[in-house]
Design a protein around this ligand. Structure first.
Ligand code: ATP
Length: 140
């Protein structure tokens, strides 16, 4: 089976969406392989989002993602990467409310930045991201 990384970002926790999101995860057939609460410092967040380091929104993204604790999960299921991306919906939560009203970002997100959840965008990034938070998952 495939594994993906899911984050409930600080705005998702502050808005008390964790239980509803976890219900959706379990109802959709994912197994939660690992989970933990964690607040990133700025250096660690910059490493996690290194692919965006040259973007204009980078410093704002780092400030947002370090603004409070997140809930970090490794989710297992066949086709976990694509299925979790489909459940969370488009990056821009404002658009998600119109085009994907049943998506998680439509439910708990605010805009293009504050979109309350994250999902790995490929099996390769899932492996990198899961190793980033859960060192032991791929070591047996
Ligand atoms: P994620 O990687 O968090 O699942 P994504 O793959 O849909 O989201 P990316 O393009 O990888 O989106 O951007 C990573 C995160 O950076 C987004 O989830 C969002 O919080 C923030 N972000 C992306 N684009 C912008 C932007 N133009 N302005 C502000 N924040 C942005």
């Amino acid at each position: 089976k495939e594994i993906t990384l899911a984050l409930i970002k600080p705005d998702g926790l502050v808005g008390n969406y964790s239980d509803r999101i976890k219900d959706i995860i379990l109802e959709s057939g994912f197994h939660i392989l690992r989970e933990t609460a964690l607040q990133l410092d700025e250096d660690t967040a910059a490493t996690f989002y290194v692919e965006h380091s040259s973007r204009s929104f980078f410093s704002s993204l780092i400030k947002y993602i370090t603004s409070g604790p997140m809930w970090v999960m490794a989710l297992e299921k066949e086709n976990a990467v694509a299925d979790w991306r489909a459940l969370i919906g488009p990056t821009d939560a404002r658009k998600a409310k119109i085009t994907h009203p049943d998506s998680i970002r439509a439910m708990c997100g605010l805009d293009l930045e504050k979109n309350c959840v994250h999902g790995s965008d490929s099996p390769q990034s899932a492996q990198r991201e899961i190793s980033f938070f859960f060192k032991d998952v791929f070591s047996g």
